[in-house]
Design a protein around this ligand. Structure first.
Ligand code: FAD
Length: 407
């Protein structure tokens, strides 16, 4: 055996990096060291057990728009290995894939086990060693070699790849090595209502809400919104949680969510309501049909605006119109706290990208030390983009290490 490559972490990033190095080199000892007694745990639970491994968006300039952290950095990375390459990689290794209407890509089996099996099998076929229950406790450079300290053993490696996800203990090790870490905080979560006025509407959803955070002027998102037993969920909420993860953390998750339930144009709606006052004064406000909302939600908003069922347009006055516009277009839901979304959550923060080579993912000032996956300050909204960042980083690292080995 010639060179030794040590990959720390048996998750998506670790396996993908190891396999791709193995496929490009010969006589190299590649070992994945995994702290726990299980491999690819997050792959197995991902996407509700289906593993949303990537997305059909593959044009780098479009793909990067899904990354609240890491977007500019990732553009050249995706130019080398994008979501279409991910699909080719898995299909060429026998995993049939399917695409959902919204562009998310899953194994056709609808089971994350297919991705697990593919990665474990490819690692085995390429001679990658995997050791479980082997937590890296420390590492240092001695000459040209990396010295690795595990609980029961010491190992040496020529190349070291950190693919440890968001493990807090590894951040401590990195800080001790003077590697810049952006403080880790949660991303992709749902919002808990402070006093949930809409708890009786749990289960009601709307497809086209616009959501904002009152305390953040620039915040705005669009998409489905679900009222839950504890607050608000669904894509428009998860996207806000990701894009404003750091602001929301600073606010200790106490803020006001403003909901425009059907993305109404407020000025247009004001004109429409004013015209009803003169054109259909005797019609009941409650009978207005064009709100486009589930009946129970409309009923509830209507009564929150303090109208009675028999109130007609001639009675509501300017103040009444403004009250109606407020509940429809800027419904104010005080939020206190967050909950984890059942299908996906990630950590924002990690190794600062300022210290990472965009070509190779090597750490600045640390020859032959690389990092891939969630350990980096890269994270995405839901849709298969988090895995895509891990696959693309793994690919870049494998090219870099293989080219040094094959020099
Ligand atoms: C419930 C859930 C569902 C998700 N669903 C999706 C989805 O459908 N699509 C998507 O794109 N993303 C999804 N994600 C996010 C995605 O799973 C992560 O972005 C991805 O798994 C990160 O891969 P990773 O290899 O960097 O880290 P991880 O998968 O966290 O793997 C890191 C590994 O390193 C090991 N480790 C840590 N420290 C050490 C150490 N000191 N020594 C040795 N080993 C160590 C850990 O035990 C772990 O096995 C989901 C996340 C969750 C939590």
């Amino acid at each position: 055996m010639g060179y030794k490559v040590a990959i720390i972490g048996g998750g998506a990033a670790g396996f993908f990096t190891a396999i791709n190095i193995a496929e490009r080199t010969e006589n190299v000892e590649i070992t994945i060291y995994e702290a726990s007694n299980k491999l690819l745990v997050k792959v197995l639970v991902s996407g509700g057990g289906r593993c949303n491994l990537t997305n059909t968006i593959s044009e780098p300039t479009e793909l990067i728009k899904n990354y609240p952290r890491g977007n500019d950095f990732l553009r050249p990375v995706f130019e080398k290995f994008s979501s279409n390459d991910t699909q080719d990689w898995f299909t060429s290794r026998g995993v049939a894939l399917k695409t959902e209407e919204d562009g998310r890509v899953f194994p056709a089996s609808n089971s994350s086990q297919s991705i697990y099996d593919c990665l474990v099998m490819a690692a085995k076929e390429n001679g990658v060693k995997v050791t479980k229950n082997t937590r890296l406790l420390d590492f240092s450079k001695s000459g040209s070699k990396w010295k690795l300290t595990f609980k029961e053993t010491q190992e040496e490696a020529d190349f070291l790849v950190l693919a440890t996800g968001s493990s807090p203990s590894i951040y401590k090790l990195l800080v001790a090595q003077k590697i810049d870490i952006i403080p880790p905080i949660p991303s992709l979560f749902t919002f808990n209502a402070k006093q949930h006025h809409q708890v009786s509407l749990a289960g009601v959803s709307v497809p086209n809400a616009t959501t904002r955070i009152r305390q953040i002027n620039t915040s705005k998102d669009f998409g489905p919104l679900l009222i839950t037993h504890w607050g608000y969920s669904a894509p428009s909420i998860l996207k806000l949680s990701a894009w404003y993860a750091r602001d929301l953390s600073r606010m200790d998750y106490t803020f006001n969510l403003l909901i425009n339930w059907n993305s109404y144009e407020i000025a247009e709606l004001r004109k429409t309501f004013a015209s009803f006052v003169t054109e259909r004064p005797k019609d009941k406000v409650y009978s207005w049909r064009d709100h486009g909302l589930p009946k129970r939600l409309w009923q509830s908003l209507f009564s929150e605006a303090n109208f009675r069922e028999f109130t007609n347009w001639s009675e509501i006055g300017k103040k009444g119109i403004e009250r109606l516009l407020t509940v429809l277009c800027a419904y104010d839901a005080p939020i206190k706290g967050k909950s984890t979304f059942k299908e996906e959550f990630v950590t924002a923060g990690g190794i600062s990208l300022d210290k990472i080579s965009v070509e190779t993912f090597e750490l600045d000032g640390f020859t032959n030390l690389y990092a891939a996956g969630e350990v980096l300050n890269i994270d995405a909204i839901t849709g298969g983009f988090n895995f895509q960042a891990a696959w693309s980083a793994g690919y870049s690292i494998s090219m870099a290490i293989a080219s040094r080995i094959n020099e």
